[in-house]
Write a protein of this length. Sequence first.
Length: 315
Amino acid sequence: MPVPAAVPPRPRRRLSRSAALTGTALLCAVAVLVTAARTERREPVGDRTVGEVTRVGVAAGASVPAYLRAAADELARLTDAEPPATGTYALVSFSAYLTPQRVAATLGGAPVSAVVARVPLAGRQTEIVRVAALRVPQDVVAGMAEVAERKDREAADYRTRAAAPAASADPELRRLYDTGARVAAEEAAAYRSGCACVYAAVIRTTADGLRGLAARPGVRAVDPAPEVIRLDRTVFTPPLPEQRDLARPPADAALTGPSGTPARDVPAVGDSSEAARSVSGPSPGSGGPAPGGAPASTAPTSPDAAGGGAGAAHR
């Protein structure tokens, strides 16, 4: 019998290049859809504190005695977290304006995070600054020097604006710029000399440590703030030493016209920001109509004066 011829093997089918690419694209699309579906079910990840601001201190127009009582009551009730943490942040207000060296003596070695200062010029709303200070008095002195440099630039900016044609044609505007230059120059000189300008500090220690600090001479109030987590998202508004009834700014001679009427729509000289400007912040008025321009809201900046409302405002 004749031997049957061998059956040739069936040739393998090859996918065309276009077909392979189409399949790959479909697989990628499915993977994207699956990933998207999983992402929709996840909790959003990120910093949940963004946009949140914690306020510690006395609000503008509020009763200073009521604030001091509320702070003392909260301090008496304060207990340390379990297990013991690194301590509780607190706003310490002083009875007088202190030099950097006196701050160190008054706090008695308590761990400091920052100090709050302003130059107490009579009848002027000077800028409030918050100086980061882990070492006292060294960091406070260095921070004051930085503020002095910025104030020198601010004074020069005022003088330049006072010499501009717009100010030359407007006596009232010229007067305000001249006053701003004088105030900024006085602030610069005071900070450069290590002035008695510090009136509050932000510290962090245990509950017993805070209560011990409240009993030290020169300490007016210790306002514990266990809710504070991030200092960069906290506004501190301590009462000024001269504020006794309400936290409110005085009438500033630079903000009134020659006849005693309020000056027309011109930014306030040396008005202070609610958050207390950092020493590394821009000079007031940069990009605005004038240096030292008034921000949207202001901290209590000066002694008691006519006007204002009563009522406690503690955070």
